[in-house]
Design a protein. Structure first.
Length: 132
């Protein structure tokens, strides 16, 4: 056993047997977006929720505004989440089809989400056809 500290951390190799599945990666550039005020607090809540619950193999989150509210135990209003989802879509952070009158979960693609599991592991989702 080797003890680490904040000034002298110990780096432990990952045990492949315990690393089943993928992981969620937040891009560093998102910090600049937060600093520049591109996210409201509710937009950040919606974006990070979609990212954290996105499928590691596709980059898609299957859900809707009510589902996000339920994940947050109704501590955020459905209308606020709906508004944030639209704003995130307009700003090209997420992409989704939402035909008028459709009920239930929809597939929400998190733009530039890194795929960390499956056949497409090591790639990044481009919800808007961008190659960079």
């Amino acid at each position: 056993f080797v003890a680490g500290s904040l000034t002298n951390p110990v780096y432990v190799p990952l045990d492949p047997e315990r690393c089943v599945g993928g992981y969620t990666m937040f891009r560093n550039g998102i910090r600049d977006h937060i600093k520049k005020g591109r996210f409201t607090p509710t937009e950040w809540l919606v974006f990070s929720t979609c990212l954290l619950w996105a499928d590691w193999t596709t980059g898609n989150f299957e859900g809707n505004a009510q589902g996000i509210c339920t994940l947050w135990r109704s501590r955020v209003k459905v209308r606020a989440v709906q508004k944030s989802m639209k704003s995130l879509k307009d700003s090209h952070y997420v992409s989704y089809e939402n035909p008028k009158g459709k009920k239930g979960f929809i597939s929400i693609t998190v733009h530039k989400n890194h795929i960390t599991f499956g056949d497409k592991k090591g790639t990044r989702v481009s919800a808007y056809g961008q190659t960079t």
